[in-house]
Design a protein around this ligand. Structure first.
Ligand code: GLY
Length: 379
């Protein structure tokens, strides 16, 4: 229980030498109430609200912010899908800020939603008058354990041939705080909930080097409770994953390490980013389920990374580890193979165009059976 009486976990994120910047990630049922305290220092606040979030949570975020004292505007973010995660949406949020007379000294952006809304609103906050503070209130499991923490914000670039370059336009803009209210998870579809678990398995693959060597075994042992959305198990899952992510980001905020570092969080993502924009790919036999959700693409990407690690350095241990990862993804209802992939050469072109490539050379992240991972440059 925290001093303000709201139950849950509080994880500090400290970045830079001597923890030059730090903020808290609060996790639990009711933590949206902390918006009252956070908003009290501002004259105005713009709530950027995901249309998929239940109205009662948006109303609660709004009421808590109002109790803090600022004047408040609401910007509804309709249809948060990758195709609308663009500069046009950033422009619309900046226009809402301008209309309410927001300025960088006295105004706050509050993003309430999934990763698309958090990334877009976070980038609008980074760009508007060169930067207003943002509080991230993630409402999906995926955004709680990954997108909202660590300060990456941004949108996709649509190329003239209609392709989406994922997160090509963006900025590092650390939030003032992250409030992960676990009540939001109850409203997610099963598919969205499962997709969030992919990033958790990804973190478990790194966790031994970042303070939580038991995370993989714990996730396996609690898979059923996590699927059933048991409150305290979910809160523990989020807290442990945020701790791992915070430890990675603290060492290498801007992903500049020559090896390892924040790039480890890209495990599975280069492949995921290449297949995610393909509109016809489905996580199962049913084409009506296309396209893939981000987490589904990440599950496939982690499986591809484990298979790559095995083919570069074959061993029984690696084989068994790849099988262990596939088994966990399958247990939580995530895909481990996908039909109708484009030819390998076409995928390789997309992977090399990923913004994580350096001078056209890929940096792969490979998982090792001891729950660590490593980066290698284009073999
Ligand atoms: N989602 C990867 C990172 O935050 O670096």
């Amino acid at each position: 229980m925290s001093p303000d009486g709201i139950p849950g976990h509080t994880i500090p994120v400290r970045i830079g030498a001597g923890s030059a910047m730090s903020y808290d990630v609060r996790i639990g049922s009711g933590v949206l109430g902390d918006l009252e305290r956070l908003a009290a220092a501002f004259a105005s606040a713009l709530l950027v609200a995901d249309s998929g979030v239940p109205d009662d949570l948006i109303d609660e975020a709004r009421a808590a912010t109002e109790r803090g004292g600022p004047s408040i505007g609401v910007h509804r973010f309709e249809r948060p899908i990758e195709r609308v995660k663009t500069t046009a949406s950033v422009h619309a949020i900046c226009a809402s800020l301008s209309e309410m007379g927001a300025d960088r000294s006295t105004s706050l952006v509050i993003a309430v939603g999934g990763g698309i809304v958090g990334d877009t609103a976070g980038f609008a906050a980074a760009a508007y008058q060169r930067g207003v503070p943002v509080v991230q209130c993630p409402t999906t499991l995926l955004a709680m354990v990954d997108a909202s923490v660590g300060g990456k914000t941004g949108v996709n670039l649509e190329t003239p041939d209609g392709r989406l370059r994922k997160n090509y336009i963006g900025a590092f803009h650390q939030p003032r705080a992250v409030l992960a209210d676990t009540r939001a998870i109850r409203s997610l579809s099963d598919r969205h909930h499962r997709a969030g678990l992919a990033e958790c398995v990804k973190h478990a693959c790194l966790s031994a080097a970042f303070g939580d060597p038991d995370l993989m075994a714990w996730t396996e042992a609690n898979a059923e409770a996590l699927l059933a959305r048991d409150d305290s198990t979910l809160a523990e899952l989020i807290a442990r994953n945020v701790r791992v992510k915070a430890a990675v980001v603290a060492e290498d905020e801007r992903e500049r390490a020559n090896s390892g570092g924040r790039a480890l969080l890209n495990l599975g993502h280069t492949f995921a980013h290449a297949i995610e924009p393909i509109p016809t790919l489905s996580p199962d036999e049913d084409s009506a389920h296309a396209p893939l959700h981000h987490g589904e693409a990440v599950a496939l990407g982690v499986c591809a990374a484990a298979a790559t690690a095995t083919s570069l350095d074959p061993s029984t241990d690696r084989d068994q580890y790849a099988a262990r990862l596939r088994a966990l993804f399958e247990r939580v209802g995530l895909p481990t193979q996908v039909r109708a992939l484009p030819p390998a050469e076409e995928l390789a072109v997309s992977m090399r165009a990923d913004k994580k490539a350096r001078a056209g050379r890929l940096r792969l992240v490979l998982p090792d059976p001891d729950q660590t991972a490593r980066t290698i440059d284009d073999p």
